[in-house]
Design a protein around this ligand. Sequence first.
Ligand code: ARG
Length: 563
Amino acid sequence: MITRIASTINKMVNSEITINEIELLIEQPKHAEQGDLALPCFRFARTMKLAPNQIAAQIASGFTCEGVIKVEAVGGYVNFFLDILTIAENVITEIITQGNHYGDSDAGQGRAITIDLSSPNIAKPFSMGHLRSTVIGNAIANMLEKNGYTPIRINHLGDWGTQFGKLITAYKRWGEENKVRQDPIRELHQLYVYFHQQAEIDESLEKEGRQWFKCLEDGDTEAVALWKWFREVSLEAFSRVYNLMGISFDSYHGEAFYNDKMRAVVEMLKNADLLEESEGAKVVRLDDEGLPPCLIMKSDGATLYATRDLAAAFYRQDHYAFAVSLYVVGNEQTLHFKQLIAVLNKLGVPWANDLVHIPFGMILKDGKKMSTRKGKVVLLEEVLEQSIQMAHNAIMEKNPSLHNRKQVAKQVGVGAVLFHDLKVFRQNDIEFSLEDMLRFEGETGPYVQYTHARACSILRKAAWNQEYPTSFTTFGKDERAVVKQLAAFPEEVEKAVKEWDPSKVAKYVIDLSQDFNHYYAHTSILQGVKEEEKAQRLALVHAVSIVIKESLRLLGMEAPEEM
Ligand code: ARG
């Protein structure tokens, strides 16, 4: 609808402002008397050389567009009143015929977008930061796909670096194979923590750690075998979390993958005369950019995180020819990505500015960062299991006869954690609270899932045979809000994609759920209504269930039909 109005306006104002820009200008007024949609005209004033209220009046007087019944100019705004019957007919028919493809677009034209997400560090607990990256990155990938892009999910595992020399040292001194097999992440992490405690007393440890890392880099059989084993058992543990969340990756090329690809990068920097000595190390100076120098190589020849990221950027461009390359990584690495992009620009790489860092805030517990400090580990797997258990308890209380309780508990428990994260704009910090996440009312995952289950249950009760009416003659004020929400879905997804912001979809589906629940509370759907009225309302309910389910899918969540 908004597109149709925007394209009509675009023809009328005859300026260089595109349909797309006009779409973004169009607002949904708070008060019904201001219409269903409103266009502020201030943006046109300069190009049209008229005052905004004159432009508004001009648009209002000549405007015709199917589905719009009244147009009014008020000050610098044009208010549009929509014919709800026409909209309902268009939108509901579209949703029911397209199903989960409602809102798809081919804006991306198949172009590849790589998404660097999750990227936990081997032999370390999966942190809350990695949870955020996983959840946000996956939702962005789903949204991109819906808009016609080809997302490539890359798990850039932290599987290389001096810490592995330390870990090998610790394992060889104090480790036990059995214990590591039983609970790899916890055990390896504890060994690592213990190493640091001991290193404060015993100076030789650091040196031994460096030696083992050197062995590893030189391909020493024992070192490599241990590293491989640590990687493997860690990945197994991470996979359990990914399976719980229903997330998969197109690539697990981590930092180690770039070991043999960094020489070329260093050569390139050298040839471009960008490498400088600094206290024995090699750096690229970024003074002109107002950034600290980017460390490329340590004095002992060891490469660094940034060097690996440079190599990875080239590899991804060669391999996937990305149109955009996203990095879903916490706020604290903002400087790293600025440096990365700056170095690529210095190299004159044409795609340097197609790299986009998508930062996010922290998950807090009682106002403090949830950390893995000193062996006190918050294991994400445990958080998810606990959430599933709590969801199970809630189901036992509300609907003990539900046949697939276990499965639903998993969908709700995991969904609750995901939704809690995604409903907040990613840059904001979020407070971690399982109790809040699992509430069935308020802005929670379970609330939205429950609304979907309610819609499905209405359809089940009605034994609805998918026969839907082609006109919606009985719709009025009550249906209006729900129908308008349904119509807004494609634009909301598009906006969310443009701003790399899944919280837009989360907020949208909360609004839709609230409007639907309000409708349901005030309108009888099955009882005491005429057949034709019932058919129209059931079609609406069905459309709502489709759009909620699809919104949840975009967010990486499931939509149980009963709960
Ligand atoms: N492993 C890193 C960490 O835990 C995140 C990696 C992000 N991706 C990247 N290409 N740098 O901090």
